[in-house]
Every structure is written in structure tokens, then in C-alpha cells.
Design a binder for this molecule. Structure first.
Ligand code: PMP
Length: 293
């Protein structure tokens, strides 16, 4: 395999040499933010939206990103070109950078910016047709007034606890509720349900990331003439749904065929999910920033 180059604070270094300080507050405290972005046929899908979310998260946690948006986009394009990638996954991380052992971010003079691009191994194609099994799990979504799930922070322990439970249940993705028992999202995906032709997704104030894929699917619903409702719902509504699907950069649009032992709809990807996935896959190669032109 060709050498993999990592962007590390303005330089390209080989994967083996891409090392950062153990005093980095991203490492010590989860103090930082990140984005997961896809590149499809040389197109950075919804690059602007990802950068908007990154800079919004940075503002929220008062983290100075040492690059303008234009420079950051240039760094993404440069790293992809350097690695000769046309299809894959981009991980963009901005951490608070090295400080002392105390919490204080004022002791961290320079943020770290890291860009890693890689091939992506996602669900096999038959999973998109057959759907995933899923379960609801006990960890509740972080409260918006504690650590707002809209901030895509490096503090993913809430999500990791969910992943541990979904591993124990032997399922691909789990359903997290908020403190009031409303459905919030998956460990790293947003959730949608379809009932009598209407598409529902929880509003982000419930405790969900404002997913870029979620946004694209909401726009597609409008364009395709599906009625879309952004409103809170419960596990009962999930069990009784005609279709359930998760959305995320890595997962794209993936059907759920079973939740907590209840078959969903026909027990495979339903017509609305299938259509949205097909339309989504048309969008991803055209909507974004072209790397090789
Ligand atoms: N929720 C969480 C907690 C996530 O980590 C992700 C993945 N970034 C998503 C939802 C889906 O967001 P997106 O479509 O932007 O990847």
C-alpha cells in the first residue's frame, strides 16, 4: 500500500511519525472537536457544512482554530491529493493542544490540527438491503445543558458506553434515549422513522447532533415530496414504525429491520429508506468541493 500521509499542524508526516504530546488536552481531557467527512469520487461531500459545524463547535468551546475556513478547506484538499484518495473518509481533529496537567485551557497556547484520510470499510452492501438489528440502551444522551450533543466534541465517552452495550447485544447500531425517555440518536448516527408515508426525526434539542447526512435526507424528503416532521417520539413509535433508518457520514442511510426484538415493517429496508438511499448516493458525488479540478 502507498504511504499514508497525515496532516499535522501544517505539515505532512508519515503515519508512523504522526505523533503528538501526551500533554495534549484532547488526550488528557477530551478537550477538542472533530469532524468525520466523506469523499466520493473526488468530491468532499458537503465540505462547507462540515466546516460550518466545526467552527460552530470551536466557538462554543472557545477554541481558536489557527486556520481560516479557506485555509482549512485547502488543508483538506491538500491532504486528500497528497494521499491520492478519490473515495474514503476524512477525520479532521482540532484539539486544545499541549498544556500542563491542569484543566485550564488558557495554559494551552496552540491548538493541534490533524487530518487523517483513509479508505473506509463500512457495512456490506447487503446490510443496506436487509437492514441492521438494533437495540435501545441504558446510557442516556448527554443533557444539552451539560455537554450539548450539538457540539461535536472529542468527549465521546457517552457514545462509547452505547457502543459497548451495542457490542454486547451483537448489533450494528443502538438507540439512545434522552433523559425524558425520548429517542435521541444512535452512538454515531441520527435516527429516522417512517409511519404511514410520513418521515419523522427527533429535533436536535432532544439531544442529537445536527448530522450533515440528516440535513441532506431532510432536504431530499422535501424534494421527493415526503412529508417530514421534526418532532420528539418514543420507543413505542420506533417499534410501531413502518420503517426505521439511521443516517451518518460513515453509515450513509442504513435501514433497521429489528429493534429490541420487534421486527420493523417487512423486516428489511422499506421503500422510503431504499429511495432515500438511492437519491442520497446520487447527491454525494456532486454536492460539495471537487478535489481534482
Ligand atoms: N450523531 C452522532 C453522535 C455522530 O457522531 C454522528 C457522526 N458524525 C452523527 C450523529 C451523524 O452525523 P453526520 O451525518 O454529520 O455524520
Amino acid at each position: 500500500m502507498a504511504e499514508q500521509w497525515i496532516y499535522l499542524n501544517g505539515e505532512y508526516v508519515s503515519k508512523e511519525n504522526a505523533k503528538i504530546s501526551v500533554y495534549d488536552h484532547g488526550f488528557l481531557y477530551g478537550d477538542g472537536i472533530f469532524e468525520g467527512i466523506r469523499i466520493y469520487g473526488g468530491n468532499i461531500f458537503r465540505c462547507k457544512e462540515h466546516l460550518d459545524r466545526l467552527y460552530d463547535s470551536a466557538k462554543s468551546i472557545m477554541l481558536d482554530i489557527p486556520l481560516t475556513r479557506e485555509e482549512m478547506q485547502g488543508a483538506l484538499v491538500g491532504t486528500i491529493r497528497k494521499n491520492g484518495l478519490r473515495d474514503g473518509y476524512i477525520r479532521l481533529v482540532v484539539s486544545r493542544g499541549p498544556g500542563n496537567l491542569g484543566l485550564d485551557p488558557l495554559r494551552c497556547p496552540a491548538a493541534y490540527v490533524v487530518i487523517i484520510v483513509e479508505q473506509l470499510s463500512i457495512y456490506p452492501e447487503d446490510a443496506y438491503r436487509d437492514g441492521l438489528r438494533s437495540v435501545s440502551v441504558s446510557p442516556r444522551r448527554n443533557l444539552p445543558d451539560a455537554l450539548n450533543p450539538k457540539i461535536k466534541s472529542l468527549n465521546y465517552l457517552n457514545n462509547v458506553l452505547v457502543k459497548i452495550q451495542s457490542n454486547q447485544a451483537g448489533v450494528g447500531e443502538a438507540i439512545m434515549l434522552n433523559a425524558q425517555g425520548y429517542v435521541a440518536e444512535g452512538s454515531s448516527d441520527n435516527i429516522f422513522v417512517v409511519k404511514r408515508g410520513v418521515v419523522y426525526t427527533p429535533p436536535c434539542y432532544i439531544g442529537a447532533l445536527e448530522g450533515i447526512t440528516r440535513g441532506a435526507i431532510m432536504e431530499l424528503c422535501e424534494r421527493l415530496g415526503y412529508k417530514l416532521k421534526e418532532e420528539p417520539f418514543t420507543l413505542h413509535d420506533v417499534y410501531a414504525a413502518d420503517e426505521v433508518f439511521f443516517t451518518g457520514t460513515a453509515a450513509e442511510v442504513i435501514a433497521v429491520r429489528e429493534v429490541d426484538g420487534r421486527a420493523i415493517g417487512e423486516g428489511r429496508a422499506g421503500p422510503v429508506t431504499t429511495r432515500l438511499l438511492a437519491e442520497f448516493r446520487k447527491l454525494v458525488t456532486v454536492d460539495g468541493v471537487k478535489v481534482y479540478e
